[in-house]
Design a protein around this ligand. Structure first.
Ligand code: NAD
Length: 475
């Protein structure tokens, strides 16, 4: 029997999350009992199961942790990685509670993980493993549209979510809301337009919002807009790839370095992200990419001179050991927990601005919320109003055009005439969410002179919201 369990890595990730939480509590002046009730994970379910693969039984260990149930369902991704361990899952579940509160999605916080290296297994084997893990969680209501709704995370994507949704449907054939048991599904299996890129898109919107606030930009030692800014991205997976793509293709930023597991690539004129993605897809490595210089030393990439550093891979990559070598004046945490609490303080002392994970990668859960609401309403966004809006706009534009000697510019007319489809509405809702959450963090920071940074402000906004719900309903 092959046991797929490695020695757990204690990253201090949970301690970091709790430390940041404690700082917010102190500034909020919350009573100890409420503070404790929110802080700790409500439950963590640990499961071990075996699947017959390649003629023998292979054992897998997984977790689903529920941090808070002040609102249900609890929401949070499922991670597939050989490095998954209980503390990590609990830290990620806690982050989900705070994240959902910060971006006003009506969920508690949860997270799951399975100790598995997806690259070791064929797709049909991964399907078997995923369905079995899902079965174990579904039968305990740890996957359920009204109680606990997973989503993709590191190592999982739309494919795994489709398998999970199908497994739930088979086990609950009369549940009309079965599709809402998981988000991040493919479009043809109950997904929503714009979900795959949502987290990376949210990182882009977060940066756009940051650059709208001149004093924040100045405090980071930067000027102007995203145009021409030198960006370093660590991890060219779902989140990193989309963030890098949108920032370079739509905002005029230059991705001057990309860091992956096997090293880093550098090009001061900017790396072509689409070409690099195709290269990685074909070669499974950064090496030998023609559009940049390769170094097997990934650390060099993180410490490269740039304006914006985007860690988008995993937690605890910026620690007390390398914090003082980081040159970026602005770090946006696209990954969960990439900066440890200790490194956070060292960076703050040096005047580095950190846009925290809680906020920066909330695009995923925001669009997951839209998907879950879509599944429960059983109708795609825009279906009822799109053509009606178009008709009204067309009538207005015809009238306007008849009054103008040169008519209207054809491009502008087409833009004004078209009604919003699902992807337009998803982007609009996401943009609005990212703007509102940033403003909420800024307001709290401004009104608490002792609040040192955006991260503490984010925790303060989130914890205050959770506490206010608990105050209403908890016996
Ligand atoms: P992914 O598996 O698609 O991509 C991760 C990438 O990082 C891979 O390309 C991997 O090779 C690389 N990587 C892993 N460890 C690395 C290391 N030590 N150094 C350099 N590169 C490394 O995962 P993802 O979904 O993009 O998630 C990335 C991070 O974003 C995670 O922290 C996850 O929790 C967080 N996140 C993801 C989502 C989402 O919607 N996918 C939402 C919120 C937060």
């Amino acid at each position: 029997m092959n046991i797929q369990v490695k020695k757990p890595i204690t990253s201090g990730f949970l301690e970091s999350v709790n430390l940041m939480y404690d700082r917010a509590i102190e500034l909020l002046g919350l009573s100890d009992d409420v503070a404790l009730a929110i802080r700790n994970c409500n439950s963590t379910y640990e499961v071990q199961f075996s699947v017959r693969l390649r003629g023998e039984l292979h054992s897998f260990k997984g977790y689903r942790s529920v941090h808070s149930e002040h609102m249900e369902p609890a929401k949070g991704g499922i991670r597939y990685s050989i490095e998954v361990h209980k503390e990590e899952v609990e830290a990620l579940a806690a982050l989900m509670s705070y994240k959902c509160a910060l971006v006003e999605t009506p969920f508690g916080g949860s997270k799951g993980g399975l100790i598995v290296d997806p690259s070791e297994w064929e797709p049909h084997e991964m399907e078997k493993i995923t369905r079995r893990f899902a079965y174990e969680l579904i039968k305990r209501d740890l996957i359920n549209p009204s109680q606990n709704v997973p989503a993709p995370d590191m190592g999982t994507g739309a494919r795994e979510m489709a398998w999970i949704a199908d497994e739930y449907r088979r086990m609950n054939p009369t549940d009309i809301n079965a599709r809402a048991c998981v988000t991040g599904k493919p479009l043809n299996a109950g997904g929503i337009a714009g979900r795959t890129e949502a987290t990376g898109r949210g990182v882009q919107y977060a940066l756009q919002e940051f650059f709208r606030h001149e004093d924040d930009v100045k405090a980071a030692g930067l000027t102007g807009t995203l145009e021409g800014k030198r960006v370093v991205v660590q991890g060219l997976g779902n989140v990193g790839y989309h963030a890098a793509k949108f920032l370079s293709e739509e905002d005029g930023a230059k991705v001057v370095a990309v860091v992956e597991r096997d090293g880093a690539l550098f090009n001061p004129d900017g790396i072509d992200i689409e070409a690099l993605k195709a290269h990685i897809h074909a070669r499974h490595s950064l090496a030998a990419f023609e559009g940049a210089t390769y170094s097997p030393d990934g650390a060099k990439g993180l410490e490269h001179d740039c304006d914006i550093l985007i860690p988008a891979a995993c937690e605890s990559v910026i620690t007390h050991e390398n914090a003082n070598r980081i040159k970026a004046p602005l770090i946006i945490e696209a990954a969960n927990g990439p900066v440890t609490a200790e490194a956070n303080d060292m960076l703050l002392e040096r005047g580095v601005t950190i846009i925290p994970d809680l906020y920066a990668n909330a695009g995923g859960v925001t669009v997951s919320y839209f998907e879950w609401a879509k599944n429960i309403s059983h109708m795609r966004y825009g279906r009822m109003q799109r053509r009606q809006e178009e008709g009204r706009s067309r009538a207005f534009l015809q009238q306007l055009e008849s009054l103008l000697p040169n008519g209207l510019d054809a491009g502008l007319k087409e833009k004004l005439e078209s009604g919003a489809g699902e992807v337009d509405l998803v982007r609009s809702g996401l943009d609005d969410t990212m703007r509102a959450a940033y403003v909420a963090m800024r307001e709290v920071r401004a009104s608490h002179p002792d609040c040192p940074d955006l991260r503490t402000a984010a925790y303060m906004v989130a914890v205050r919201r959770i506490a206010s719900v608990m105050d209403l309903y908890m016996l």
